[in-house]
Design a protein. Structure first.
Length: 367
């Protein structure tokens, strides 16, 4: 039987609320994430807490992140983010199931708001005429009925979905998991490995920025040592959200023979054109060998296998002939050439606009 494959990822849209006894209220009360950290350094030992506050009387309690840890055990970039009360980092820890389990903190599951991120969802016409298999990734272990989510995804009533499940025309795979089980990506081409970014990649990209390799993507990189670590941390978080139509996804490109990091490839969302586009950069020392075209080809194939998209978009300055050649060698077709200024550019420049169509069929034949 041929099934139409649909895949979504279930994620919370805000930090978990904790239910606990409050001395100020005299009973159980909801505690909210303040997005602030408390850091205590005692000699060579460090404690880090995420501060939660009662929603009624404003009493607080500390959710332990690190306890009596050596300062060398905590990455320097993350430690600085604790000191800066980085709100994004506070949100990340505020959704980490394992942290709440470690602290024996009771999560208020009834108050959780969530988002269903579309990974693969073919056209409405196909949905009406084929049996459906729905995979719902649930890495945060949210307690929501699978049939309720399926009804939201398909735009049908819960009772109708239950009938379809009973008939066998809808099947649901509800993939539970802990936050400690991070999404990771790895692609191998003839000469390259494309993989998820890691915190220890920071120095390689700082060195790459010093030769001007990142200027076209990030602008002035003279102070890059202050933000490369944050860029990597943000990229790792966005990979977990896994939504190319919402932000950017960036991956590391390394050479197989010696595992040298040579660049990055991924995708970004063009807000001004409402399109997903491929993005990439290559270290100056590694240009002229066809590495980037090989990386883009490998990533594009992965992208179309994992996301529901009809096409990938790309832009390149007319003056950047090597970037234009990379796209053309990867199979992108030139659509037009015109003046263009994206949301982050100061001035407009003549740019080529490219597109690569997805020719893959949404249906898979089961053996």
């Amino acid at each position: 039987m041929s099934y139409l494959e649909i895949e979504y990822r279930l994620v919370p849209t805000q930090s978990f609320t904790v239910i606990r006894s409050c001395a100020g209220c005299g009973g159980k009360a909801p505690y909210k994430n303040t997005r602030k950290f408390r850091v205590n350094a005692n000699g060579s030992k460090i404690d880090v807490w995420l501060i939660y506050q009662c929603g009624k009387c404003r009493h607080t309690f500390n959710l332990t992140i690190y306890e009596r840890r050596k300062n060398t055990d905590i990455p320097a970039a993350e430690y600085q983010r604790f000191l800066d009360n980085d709100t994004q980092l506070a949100e990340e820890y505020g959704r980490e199931i394992a942290l709440f389990q470690k602290n024996r903190a009771e999560i208020d599951h009834k108050s959780i708001t969530y988002e269903l991120i579309r990974l693969r969802h073919p056209t409405v016409g196909s949905i009406c005429s084929h049996p459906i298999r729905i995979a719902i990734q649930n890495p945060y272990s949210l307690k929501i009925r699978p049939e309720k989510l399926a009804a939201e995804i398909l735009g049908r009533s819960a009772s109708q979905v239950k009938k379809e499940i009973a008939k066998g025309t809808i099947t649901i795979e509800f993939i539970k998991g802990e936050l400690t089980m991070k999404l990771t990506m790895k692609i191998e081409t003839d000469r390259l490995i494309i993989r998820s970014l890691r915190p220890d990649d920071e120095q390689a990209f700082i060195e790459m920025a010093s030769d001007g390799s990142l200027t076209e993507i990030f602008g002035d990189c003279s102070e890059c040592s202050h933000w490369i670590g944050k860029w990597i941390a943000e990229s790792i978080q966005l990979e977990q959200e896994n939504n190319p139509a919402r932000a950017y996804l960036a991956y590391c490109v390394e050479r197989k023979t010696d595992h040298t990091i040579i660049g990055s490839v991924g995708c970004t969302y063009y807000e001004d054109m409402k399109r997903i586009g491929v993005t990439y950069f290559l270290g100056a020392d590694h240009r002229g060998h066809g590495y980037m075209a090989e990386a883009v080809k490998g990533y594009v194939q992965y992208f179309f296998q994992h996301y529901d998209a009809d096409a990938l978009f790309a832009t390149a300055s007319v003056e950047n002939k090597s970037s234009c050649q990379t796209l053309e060698r990867a199979g992108f077709q030139l659509l037009e050439t015109r003046l263009y200024k994206d949301l982050y550019d100061e001035t407009a420049e003549m740019s080529n606009f490219y597109e690569l169509r997805n020719d893959c069929s949404p249906l898979r034949q089961d053996a």
